[in-house]
Ligand binder design. Structure first.
Ligand code: TXA
Ligand code: MG
Length: 338
C-alpha cells in the first residue's frame, strides 16, 4: 500500500480544510484507513459502518478481535447515527466535556457492524477536540471507528512519525497535525445508568466527572456489576527496558545508583546532581507534562536500547491517576487499577 501524508500547518484556516482534508476524507468514505491527530493520541480511522473497512484496522494493528473500537463523531448532533438510546447522564456529560477526551459507552445503534462493537450491545463514542479530527469526519460524512494508531503492543502514538514507524506500510493516509496536546488516551465511562461507571482512566478526571454527575459519585465497574473495558484486560505496552517508578524526589538518586551497571534513562522533573552518563529523556513537571511526553520517551528508550528507565511518580489524583495507570502498566504491574 502506498502511504500518502498531508501536513496541516498550525493555524490553518477553516476555509482551507476542504482542500487539505478532502482526499483523506474521500479515502475514509471508500473504506480506506486514515490515521489522524486527536488531542489525546493519534487514531487509526475507518468508516465505522463499513465492516470490511473496520476489519482492516484489526489486521493493520494486529489487534485482538474482542477489543471494540471507539467511534468518533464531529458533533453531539451525530449521536443518533451511532447509539440506539441516550440517557440524561450522557447528555449532561456530553454538554460538559465534548468536544474533549471523554468516551461514553451507550446502547449501540443496531446498524453498527459487530466488528466495530466487538459484538457487544454497547458502543463507545466520543467527539475529539482537535478540530482537524472533526473536520476530517465531517467531510467524510461517516462516523469513524478509531483505536490508537500504534501496532498492538506498542505505546500509543503522539506524533505522525510514531504512526509512520508502526503502520507506514499498512495504511492509506496520515494526517499530520503536529504532536498531540494531551498525550494520554480518553477516559471511558459507561453512561447508561444514573452514575458514571469508570471503565478506563484518562484525560477527563474523576473529580471533573463527579462535579457533573448529578447522582453523585463516579462508580467502579465491580461495584456497578459491569465489565471493565475489554482493552484494559489485554497486555499493554512494556518497553524492553525495565521501568523503575520512584517516589517524588527520588528519581535522580535511583538513576545514579543504576547507571554504574547499565544504560539508564531518566524521566523526572529535575536533574540536579545527576550522573552525566544517565540519558535524560525529559524533565516534565507534574502529571500533565508527564502525560505529554511519556509514550514518546518509552519509544526513545527502546530505540536507543536503554536497559532501564527511571520515571518519577506523580500524585495519584486528578490527571495523575491516568498517568500512573499507564506508568504502572509500562512497569508490568498488570493488576494495576484501570
Ligand atoms: O483517546 C482515545 O480514546 C484514543 C483516540 C484515538 O480517540 N483511542 C483509543 O482507542 O485509545 P483504543 O482502541 O486504544 O482504546 C479503546 C478502549 C479500549 O480499552 C476498549 O476496550 C474500550 O475503549 N471500549 C471500546 N468499546 C467499548 C464498549 N462498548 N464497552 C466498554 N469498553 C469499550
Ligand atoms: Mg490503544
Amino acid at each position: 500500500m502506498v502511504l500518502s501524508t498531508v501536513v496541516v500547518p498550525p493555524g490553518a484556516a477553516a476555509s482551507d480544510m476542504a482542500a487539505l482534508l478532502g482526499e483523506p476524507a474521500a479515502a475514509l468514505r471508500r473504506g480506506g484507513l486514515v490515521a489522524f491527530p486527536t488531542e489525546t493520541v493519534y487514531g487509526l480511522g475507518a468508516d465505522a459502518t463499513n465492516a470490511q473497512a473496520v476489519e482492516r484496522i484489526f489486521l493493520a494493528k494486529g489487534r485482538p478481535a474482542d477489543n471494540p473500537l471507539i467511534v468518533h463523531i464531529p458533533d453531539v448532533a451525530w449521536l443518533p447515527r451511532v447509539v440506539a438510546a441516550t440517557t440524561p447522564l450522557a447528555r449532561r456529560l456530553a454538554e460538559a466535556f465534548w468536544p474533549g477526551p471523554l468516551t461514553l459507552v451507550l446502547e449501540a445503534h443496531p446498524d453498527l457492524p459487530p466488528v466495530t462493537t466487538g459484538g457487544l450491545a454497547t458502543v463507545a463514542v466520543r467527539v475529539p477536540s482537535d478540530p482537524l479530527a472533526r473536520w476530517l469526519i465531517e467531510l467524510a460524512d461517516v462516523p469513524v471507528a478509531a483505536p490508537s494508531a500504534n501496532l498492538s503492543g506498542r505505546p500509543s502514538p503522539t506524533t505522525a512519525a510514531h504512526v509512520a514507524a508502526d503502520l507506514g506500510s499498512r495504511i492509506d493516509w496520515i494526517v499530520d497535525g503536529g504532536p498531540s496536546t494531551l498525550g494520554i488516551e480518553s477516559t471511558v465511562v459507561d453512561a447508561r445508568g444514573a452514575s458514571p461507571v469508570m471503565l478506563r482512566e484518562g484525560g477527563v478526571t474523576r473529580e471533573d466527572l463527579a462535579q457533573i454527575a448529578e447522582a453523585g459519585d463516579v462508580v467502579d465497574p465491580v461495584a456497578a456489576g459491569v465489565a471493565r473495558s475489554p482493552g484494559t484486560a489485554h497486555a499493554h505496552y512494556q518497553p524492553l527496558a525495565t521501568v523503575v517508578i520512584t517516589d517524588v524526589g527520588g528519581s535522580v538518586a535511583a538513576a545514579n545508583r543504576l547507571t554504574d551497571r547499565q544504560r539508564v534513562g531518566l524521566l523526572g522533573p529535575d536533574t540536579d546532581g545527576l550522573d552525566p552518563r544517565v540519558r535524560v529523556l525529559g524533565t516534565p513537571v507534574g502529571a500533565a507534562e508527564v502525560g505529554v511526553v511519556l509514550y514518546g520517551a518509552l519509544r526513545t528508550a527502546d530505540e536507543e536500547g536503554l536497559a532501564a528507565v527511571v520515571v518519577e511518580a506523580v500524585a495519584d489524583e486528578g490527571l495523575g491517576r491516568a498517568v500512573m495507570d499507564r506508568l504502572r502498566r509500562a512497569a508490568g504491574q498488570t493488576d494495576a487499577p484501570t
